[in-house]
Design a protein around this ligand. Sequence first.
Ligand code: EPZ
Length: 417
Amino acid sequence: MSDIIVEGLSRLEGSVNIQGSKNAVLPIIAATVLSNGRSYINNCPYLSDVLASIKILECLGAECKFEGNTLTVDSTNIDNYCVPDNLMREMRSSSLFLGAIIGRTGKAVICNPGGCELGPRPIDLHIKALKSLGATVNEYNGCIEFSSDNGLKGNEIQLSFPSVGATENIILASVTAKGRTVVRNCAREPEIVDLARYLNLCGAKIKGAGKDTVIVEGVKQLNGADYFVMPDRIVASTYISAAAITGGKINIKNIYPDNLNSIISVYKEAGCNFEINGNSLVVDAPNRLNAVSTVRSLVYPGFPTDSGPMLIASLTKSKGSTIFVENIFENRFRYVDELKRMGADISVEGKVAVVDGINETYGANCEATDLRGGAALVVAALGAKGKTKITKIEHIKRGYEDIVRDLSYLGADIKEV
Ligand code: EPZ
């Protein structure tokens, strides 16, 4: 596997086009399992998680073609319901296929996704919800088998936590269930709205996506659809962080600015100016950021947990101290030790990280710990004096089409070797 090499302190300027959203396209790819036809998923980002999802679709019997940024899926002949162990391990969010596979075939077998780099990542909320839709669940030697002999039946579901994945799985399982499903305390992330838009285009009857209660009227079958995936708000926040740490001025294009309000308000407080122009924004950063008041990661529309690592990286050279409270994942700060190799002054106590901004950080040899932790190392390296080498960049390729290309177009001295 290659490494990323960054020579820091180049000021970023220019334009960058934002890719399609990973966290929207993964559930939409899972949703194609439900349709009895051909779908065209446009603005589909070229990511390793997308390639893993395509492998799962082909295991299930679908035919896929991925050309440019259009993924064509013909799921007419889906006849399998098992997700192979190796693919389950390759991508934890394969649990998103559960609802769709059960909805289509009446059965699903997956291996327990187990933990990931962010913590245990259980799927207990998914299992509980699928049971209330009529699925029976058997767990044996690391596998979980779901079956519903007479098909799933709509029900009222109250989520104990507004889990993004559980909300998506319930929607996927209920679109072809018999009768009405009402889900309360849903996650409200924009990616869920995108999933519902795609499914409704296929013939589903979903109301309320993006709010805390979603109502789904079951339909007999779904057709394919031609869909354009929303932009990736976390990738957009990554390039805001990159401009911020380099005192740069960049134009971020093909975005939905409304999805970025919580991130924009933090960077405004840090001293950045923003100019919103329709589906793009210009971020103009000061030479040195101010520290900001306590930031807490929360479910949408709060500050997204996924943007936390890149925010903390960009504050390593700010004036003053910032407190960051991580409320979503147990083990989100693994990248902090790597930032400390660059001289960053960050202390972590449980779910709280305190960043004490310093005048200068310097290049170091670092290892990506997870997807956004890896992106944080790239952001920090852009503001560090000298050369940084980042290894294990396969983590970064899970969520970024080509971070090296995008940043070098913006003037960064960055390459993949
Ligand atoms: C989605 O993960 C995203 N992944 C994550 O993005 C994102 O960080 C997360 O939502 C929160 O916004 C995709 O969309 C593919 P959750 P998901 O269910 O669905 C616990 C990235 O960097 N939980 O809202 O797994 C769980 O352990 C990735 O792009 C249970 O306890 O998030 C976590 O602590 C990382 N039981 C918390 O809830 C369950 O059954 C949030 O999980 C489900 C979740």
